[in-house]
Write a protein that binds this ligand. Structure first.
Ligand code: GLV
Ligand code: MN
Ligand code: MN
Length: 428
């Protein structure tokens, strides 16, 4: 990577991005930084140093969210800006981490301009709100479920105690894991007035349309399930087929059923099984139990409801066909909800004034801002993903697009801090 053709501020951002991507780096150019892992802890300490060096006060809240606070208007609420630095296993460098670093750099540019008496392009006076850069805890939900854990606690959707008591596959709780990396604090988090987040699109639509900035206007709905398929342990050789209660056969039929459902609703329903945990997972043993994580997503809640009902019907058939029992264990869902249109308009104007092409997009993935928009007006921005690749070590966004995103986020954050959305919009 060369930073020669970029402004000094952009070159700084690109250097920090490269340094940041060393935490949990994998040999194929990705990262493995699951929530509250050692790599996550190291990266959080690095972020603390970066923020403190620029005059921010860093605090950890009770749910492990990391806050970089800059108070310029004593006692005023904060514009919360950030994303998450945890990752899936063998993931890309951009998902989440880009948004936290972009938020930090946007905040540095603004606070430095305020300190120097300067203003952002849209400013009509001094800032009215403070800035809180946030690194949300456990957005990915791979080590500890559910996803978007830190922002769910902050927004009151998930109880603190329930979050802290959640265990990973090895039985380690969130509380223990956060304590091990020194990231469980006693702060409650700042009072938010607005929120902004920037993220890679993780899809192809912006690249296809040649657009630099995505203005997220709404999110797809999701239903996530953990099913447990119960069978009976038996010998794979000696047990006659009609006597078998093969939990893995039942689970495999569910994997296929999920895909067949997506094929019945082409383009408007996404389904997947992301994890199978097979017990005892041993040669020569018919499995007695499989835990299976399945999700269904759509922009159309009627499609999601129809698919969900069809899935449950099919599961009853699978129980009969595979001679197994299927238990529904745990679910996490969210509806289709709009981002406040005033925020989308503000961002559209900012993009136009910066000379950046933009279009409205929906987010198919969940984000911490999908939680935040339910409590404060929230602006969600995307930059393009090359070939739409995500949750993959080859995830990539060009340097030109990442720095354009930082410029865009700086402008949006500046406008929010200066009260450009002066009437808070409380969603219905
Ligand atoms: C994010 O957590 C997602 O499931 O999209
Ligand atoms: Mn993400
Ligand atoms: Mn992700």
């Amino acid at each position: 990577m060369t930073t020669n053709n970029f402004s000094p501020d952009d070159a700084d951002f690109l250097r920090d991005f490269r340094d940041m991507s060393e935490f949990g780096a994998t040999p194929n150019g990705g990262v493995d930084r699951q929530a509250a892992s050692e790599a996550d802890g190291q990266q959080r300490r690095w972020l603390t140093g970066l923020l403190e060096a620029r005059g921010f006060t860093v605090k950890f809240d009770r749910a492990g969210n990391q806050w970089g606070l800059y108070e310029v208007v004593p006692g005023a609420p904060f514009v919360v800006v950030g994303s998450h630095m945890d990752s899936q296993p063998t993931a890309g460098r951009y998902d989440g981490a880009y948004g936290v670093l972009a938020a930090a750099h946007a905040a540095f540019r603004l606070t430095e301009s305020w300190a120097g008496g300067g203003r952002t392009q849209a400013a009509t006076g001094g800032p009215q709100f403070n800035i809180a850069v946030v690194n949300w805890f456990n957005e990915e939900g791979c080590r500890f479920k559910p996803s978007m854990m830190g922002s769910s606690v902050y927004t009151g959707k998930l109880g603190l105690e329930a979050a802290l008591a959640t265990t990973d596959a090895a039985g380690t709780s969130v509380r223990e894991a956060l304590d091990a990396i020194g990231c469980r604090g006693d702060y409650d988090g700042p009072e938010a007035a607005y929120c902004a987040e920037i993220h890679i699109e993780q899809g192809r639509s912006m690249e296809r349309d040649g657009v630099t900035i995505g203005l997220v206007n709404s999110n797809w709905a999701a239903n996530k399930y953990e099913f447990v398929v119960h069978g009976e342990q038996a010998h794979t050789g000696s047990t006659v087929i009609e006597d078998r209660k093969d939990a893995l056969l039942g689970a495999s039929m569910m994997v296929v059923a999920a895909r067949e459902l997506a094929d019945r609703f082409p383009g408007v329903l996404h389904t997947s099984v992301g994890q199978l945990t097979v017990y005892p997972n041993s040669p020569v043993v018919v499995p007695s139990r499989v835990n299976l994580l399945l999700d269904l997503r759509s922009a159309d809640e009627a499609v999601l409801a129809a698919a969900d009902a069809a899935l449950h019907e099919r599961i009853s058939e699978i129980e009969r066909l595979a001679n197994v029992g299927v238990e529904r264990h745990h679910s996490h869902s969210w509806p289709v909800t709009p981002y406040q249109s005033e925020g989308v308009e503000l961002a559209a104007k900012a993009a136009a004034e910066l000379g950046l092409s933009s279009k409205q997009v929906m987010t198919l993935a969940g984000h911490d801002s999908t939680n935040m928009k339910d409590i404060v007006p929230t602006v969600m921005l995307f930059v393009p993903s090359v070939d739409g690749i995500s949750h993959n070590e080859h995830e990539f966004t060009t340097d030109a697009d990442t720095v354009a995103g930082v410029a865009m986020l700086t402008e949006v954050l500046g406008r929010l801090c200066h009260g450009a959305l002066s009437v808070p919009v409380v969603p219905a």
